[in-house]
Design a protein around this ligand. Structure first.
Ligand SMILES: NC(=O)c1ccc[n+]([C@@H]2O[C@H](COP(=O)([O-])OP(=O)(O)OC[C@H]3O[C@@H](n4cnc5c(N)ncnc54)[C@H](OP(=O)(O)O)[C@@H]3O)[C@@H](O)[C@H]2O)c1
Length: 297
């Protein structure tokens, strides 16, 4: 399909995730991206992305918005663009900020709350999302088509999104720790660096793809490569002694607890940011918009 016949996508906040999404989507869709410091996003222009520092201009132009600012910036940015997002679908990738908060910050906008990871840049992301009740089937299909272009997509209950933040969002950091450890083990045994990195990374890819393709439980696949008295069991025995499984389980639990704690803090602070703006509407003389309440992420 010709780019000009496709939905226009505005990415608000072209940082790590927003920039990665822009790079994945620009060849297929007309994309406008925003951030305050446009110098840092110049490389996107080479891919055909239009840059602007004006969120409202981008919102007015777009059919679909992808919001990728930090959680503390979500409410102020939504309040800024609300006049231009009325009746439009907006997908927020921000951790912690619930559909309820967004609905109240910009009533009339149709929100999808998503979580993804940096692999969207190479179209191998894993994106989960939940829709607010105002989202139409056409919105959902468009948003899913766009997100699917950047990798795997799955609808989920919103209540699962904080744990999925700790899995899909933070997961690459845990897996890079695994890969780095494998590389250092191999370096210790004298393997050249490049070979160590490639063997660790490709082993991770192959193991993941076999896991998904086979439909088997990882324990079954692990057992299938253990030979009595062989090589693998020696490595596994060391991992068990190092309590690696406990460490990873604790990592996911701790990150999930932190995601929930931040979500609760975000809720309280968003309440404060939203409330004065309602008061302001009722009383136009009121001056404090309450938009500078800091969110901690
Ligand atoms: N990084 C991850 O792996 C990951 C994974 C999943 C989800 N997320 C979520 O994605 C969101 C972005 O995270 P990130 O890591 O990509 O952060 P980031 O690199 O800091 O990107 C945020 C971007 O928003 C821009 N921004 C800030 N205020 C703005 C405004 N008023 N208008 C327009 N743009 C504005 C910033 O650029 P300027 O300062 O130049 O404006 C920055 O480029 C977060 O909510 C996070 O929870 C991140």
């Amino acid at each position: 399909m010709q780019q000009q016949n496709r939905a226009r996508i505005a990415i608000i906040g072209a940082g790590t995730i927003g920039g990665a999404l822009a790079r994945a989507l620009a060849p297929e869709w007309p994309v406008t991206a925003t951030r305050r410091d446009l110098k840092k996003a110049r490389s996107l222009e080479e891919l055909g992305v239009t840059l602007t520092g004006d969120n409202s201009e981008a919102a007015a132009w777009a059919d679909l918005l992808l919001l990728a600012v930090k959680p503390r910036q979500v409410v102020p940015v939504l309040q800024e663009i609300a006049p231009f997002t009325d009746g439009k679908p907006v997908v927020s990738f921000a951790a912690a900020i619930s559909l309820d908060i967004m609905n109240r910050a910009a009533p009339g906008t149709r929100f999808i709350r998503a979580m993804t990871n940096t692999a969207v840049e190479i179209r191998r992301g894993y994106t989960v999302y939940a829709c607010s009740s105002q989202v139409t089937e056409a919105d959902r299909k468009l948003a899913e088509e766009v997100m699917r272009h950047a990798g795997e997509v799955q609808p989920v209950e919103e209540s699962h999104l904080d744990v999925l933040t700790a899995m899909a969002g933070s997961g690459p950091a845990y897996l890079y720790t695994v890969v780095e450890s494998l590389i250092y083990g191999a370096l210790r045994m004298g393997l050249p660096r490049d070979l160590a990195l490639r063997s660790a990374a490709h082993t991770l890819i192959g193991a993941s793809e076999l896991l998904l393709a086979s439909g088997k439980h990882p324990a079954e696949l692990r057992d299938s490569v253990v030979t009595p008295g062989g090589v693998t069991i020696e490595g596994l025995y060391e991992l068990e002694e190092g309590r690696v499984r406990t460490a990873f389980m604790k990592a996911v639990c701790a990150a999930s607890v932190q995601a929930r704690k931040l979500a609760e803090e975000a809720r309280i602070q968003a309440e404060e940011a939203i409330r004065p703006s309602f008061a302001k509407k009722e009383n136009p003389v009121g001056s404090n918009s309450g938009l500078n309440v800091p969110f901690r992420t």
